[in-house]
Design a protein around this ligand. Structure first.
Ligand code: NDP
Length: 296
């Protein structure tokens, strides 16, 4: 069963992301009530057809589906506590970024209030909401997710990750780790190019081509992590540790801080020191998990 278009929904939190979510619900024709701590952000949404609630409790009372998008877990908990008497029977989809344990704790509390909890992780920036390429991860109460899946699809592709409420946060934060690794590497690279007198703009297409080619390595890397067969495929950790040293030496010579890169050099060096010089990059996952010790 999925929710028909005329079932009322509410959005708690109208920051940059909450405004985008409420806007997408309105654009899809859902009767939408909004609430925000400060009144300003609701004005444009009211002009677009939203009802504006005077309190979080009022907003929760108005919506069968309550979408929450606030600064952090602490704020979310305090706002939902204000609305607690009206939570029974509601589906609460929390799209506030948080940890898996925070998601599980909130889910237990929501169940105790008689609500159906779904936790979510938004893999998009506000301007992408409702556009191709945006996707949102969900986990928690499966019946509630299935009930409201078509409405949630207003935000972007809806990915279900199971009944453990923490799974959406696990995958959200893991994807952020991958993203920050890429951006961190690109920022360091750009600092090197600028220090050498080149324009970052001219370097970007070259970096894009290189990173796109390297993205093709991810499935094989993942398969090696799962199997524990860390085939170097011509690029051993010993070789990589040696060239990584050059990266840091050159950065220092150019006055570029190596702080973003040093932890990777340390990992490579430690893996080699522990006897994994002939292995491939996938062996580093064991080290990150604290278990990379080659059996004697
Ligand atoms: P903003 O900083 O723009 O908005 C924060 C929201 O939290 C506002 O509605 C703000 O209300 C509210 N808030 C803050 N403190 C309190 C409080 N003490 N009591 C009540 N309300 C409070 O953040 P975003 O909208 O960008 O992000 C919201 C969530 O979405 C975050 O968890 C973020 O990680 C996640 N997200 C954001 C993305 C982005 O690119 N923006 C991408 C993916 C996820 P007020 O307006 O009154 O200050």
């Amino acid at each position: 069963m999925s929710a028909p278009r005329d079932r009322p929904v509410s959005v708690l939190g109208l920051g940059a992301m909450g405004r985008a979510l409420a806007g997408a619900l309105l654009a899809a024709g859902h009767p939408t009530t909004v609430w925000n701590r400060s009144p300003g952000p609701a004005v444009a949404l009211a002009e677009a057809g939203a009802d504006v609630a005077g309190s979080a409790a009022e907003a929760t009372a108005a919506g069968e589906l309550v979408v929450v998008c606030l600064l952090d877990d602490d704020v979310t908990r305090r706002v939902l506590e204000q609305a607690a008497p009206g939570l029974a029977g509601r589906t609460v989809v929390n799209l506030t970024n948080g940890t898996p344990e925070q998601a599980r704790r909130l889910a237990r509390w929501l169940v105790a209030q008689g609500a159906r909890p779904v936790d979510g992780g938004i893999m998009a920036v506000p301007s992408m909401i409702g556009e191709p390429g945006a996707f949102v991860l969900y986990s928690g109460a499966q019946d509630a997710f299935l009930d409201w899946r078509d409405v949630l699809a207003s935000f972007g592709d809806a990915h279900w990750l199971g009944t453990d409420p923490g799974q959406a946060a696990v995958h959200d934060l893991a994807l952020l780790a991958a993203m920050y690794g890429m951006f961190g590497g690109f920022l360091h690279a750009t600092a090197m190019i600028r220090a050498a007198g080149g324009p970052a703009g001219g370097f970007a297409p070259m970096a894009t081509g290189w990173l796109t080619a390297m993205l093709g390595e991810l499935p094989a890397l993942a398969a090696a992590v799962d199997s524990g067969e860390h085939d170097a495929d011509g690029s051993s950790l010993r070789m990589q540790a040696a060239s990584f040293g050059n990266l840091l030496t050159a950065s220092r010579d150019m006055g570029v801080d190596g702080g973003l890169m040093r932890p990777i050099r340390d990992l490579l060096d430690e893996a080699v020191a522990r006897g994994h010089g002939d292995d491939g990059l996938s062996a580093l996952v064991g080290l990150l998990r604290g278990g990379l010790v080659r059996p004697a």
